[in-house]
Design a protein around this ligand. Structure first.
Ligand SMILES: *Cc1c(COP(=O)(O)O)cnc(C)c1O
Length: 405
């Protein structure tokens, strides 16, 4: 956190209040005095680390910004009606992302399940009660997806009871659409692995009157992806809250057409006759998500990019200083769009495997996680680094690479 921002926070504190800010790296937490300093990770013996990998669920995603933690702590001290909060926050979020409507879900995966559940049932409670058992009902039961778009997360769609039907070509798609087709699903991050691109997918769906959904879970930045797909005509757009947006890791957004979002709400808590009762988001997460989104949209994205680029350059320069090491920066075009550093080395000169180097960085002090390792290469990103941690990563990498020469 910048000093200027910190001062702003300090000035907002009630004089002599119980709450004091606790600054740790770029985290700022509001905690009472007695609790401040309780180091739970240490108490439990849980390893923490510098994240030079990215927004991985296994690594707990991303770190929430101070404003988000503030919203969470603020909302923890009062009750409100869950539906009223979702209504009001949903309206604000919808206007931020240029959608008709929006709702905070328990992640992108749950947004996919709930969005499809709403499409299947509309506002019919009797139908909602029947899910995921579609057989013998008059509900639709098939989702069409391009073969190149199938990843583990399509399970979110199967949770409704639907089956996924794969297609490869436009002809196949048009033959596959039938009266059981509930949805045409598109996975943005693998758009280039299918033969039908976004606009064509939407136009075929519209021609046949089939709803469309796009998964853009990890595909911001660019920030414009938050509105681009509504404008393109997708009925529902699903995104993760706890990746680059840095909201709660257990939150996400379902955005799009009002009738579908309303229907999706039928499957969400506080209602409990549905498949979504376990996908609860509480008031803290809802408000945390809202504030994270607002903050993310208003960021100076060019400045964020330049910062990541500079951090990556510093790490690359340190690694390259070791003889036999070369580096390359690539930017994935569709998702996880951040400067991504590939460090390669000549196995004759630098005698260490990628996996071993990864392990040494993990076991070192401080512990560092990288994004991947091959025989003679390592992948890392800077977007989850706190300012200054790039220096530590650069130093540790150079040490380990030089030791292996
Ligand atoms: C991360 C991810 C998901 C799941 O998102 P959560 O917010 O963790 O539920 C779904 N689809 C894709 C492509 C993802 O990368």
């Amino acid at each position: 956190m910048r000093r200027r921002e910190l001062l702003k926070y300090l000035s907002m504190l009630p004089a002599g209040g119980f709450i004091t800010p606790y600054v740790d790296g770029n985290r700022l937490l509001w905690l009472d005095k007695e609790r401040r300093g309780r180091e739970l990770f240490k108490e439990l013996g849980v390893r923490t680390f510098i994240n030079a990998a990215g927004t991985y669920t296994a690594m707990t995603g991303s770190l929430m910004r101070p404003e988000v933690l503030e919203a969470i702590n603020y909302s923890a001290t009062d009750f409100c009606m869950l539906d009223e909060l979702q209504d009001k926050v949903g309206e604000k979020i919808a206007s931020l992302v240029h959608a008709e409507s929006a709702v905070v879900t328990a992640g992108c995966f749950s947004a996919m399940t709930l969005g499809l559940a709403g499409i299947l049932t509309g506002l019919d409670e009797e139908k909602a009660i029947q899910l995921p058992h579609l057989m013998g009902t008059d509900m639709k039961s098939e989702v069409i997806c391009q073969k190149g778009h199938e990843i583990v997360y399509t399970h979110a769609l199967k949770n409704t009871g639907c089956k996924i039907v794969m297609v490869e070509t436009r002809e196949e798609l048009e033959q596959t659409i039938n009266e059981r087709t509930a949805l045409m699903f598109f996975l943005n991050v693998q758009a280039d692995k299918g033969s039908i691109m976004h606009e064509e997918w939407v136009s075929i769906a519209k021609k046949h009157g089939v709803p469309t959904m796009i998964d853009i879970a990890a595909d911001v930045p660019p920030v414009s992806n938050l509105w681009k797909f509504h404008e393109m005509g997708f009925d529902l757009v699903c995104v993760s809250g706890g990746k680059a947006i840095r909201g709660p890791q257990s939150a996400g957004l379902l955005m799009g057409k009002k009738n579908f979002i309303q229907a999706a709400r039928l499957h969400m808590p506080p209602r409990g006759f549905n498949i979504g009762r376990g996908m609860k988001v509480n008031k803290e997460e809802i408000l945390g998500m809202y504030v994270a989104l607002e903050k993310f949209i208003n960021l100076d994205h060019q400045q964020e990019w330049n910062l990541q680029q500079a951090q990556i350059d510093l790490i690359a320069t340190a690694a390259q200083a070791v003889e036999g090491v070369t580096t390359e920066v690539k930017v994935p075009p569709l998702g996880n769009v951040t400067p991504t550093l590939y460090i390669h080395w000549n196995a004759e000169k630098v005698k260490i495997s990628g996996k071993e180097l990864q392990q040494r960085l993990r076991n070192g002090t401080p512990s560092i996680e990288v994004g991947g390792a091959e025989d003679t290469s390592l992948i890392l990103t800077a977007w989850m680094l706190k300012p200054g941690q790039e220096k530590v990563v650069a130093k540790r990498l150079r040490e380990e690479l030089s030791t292996a020469v």
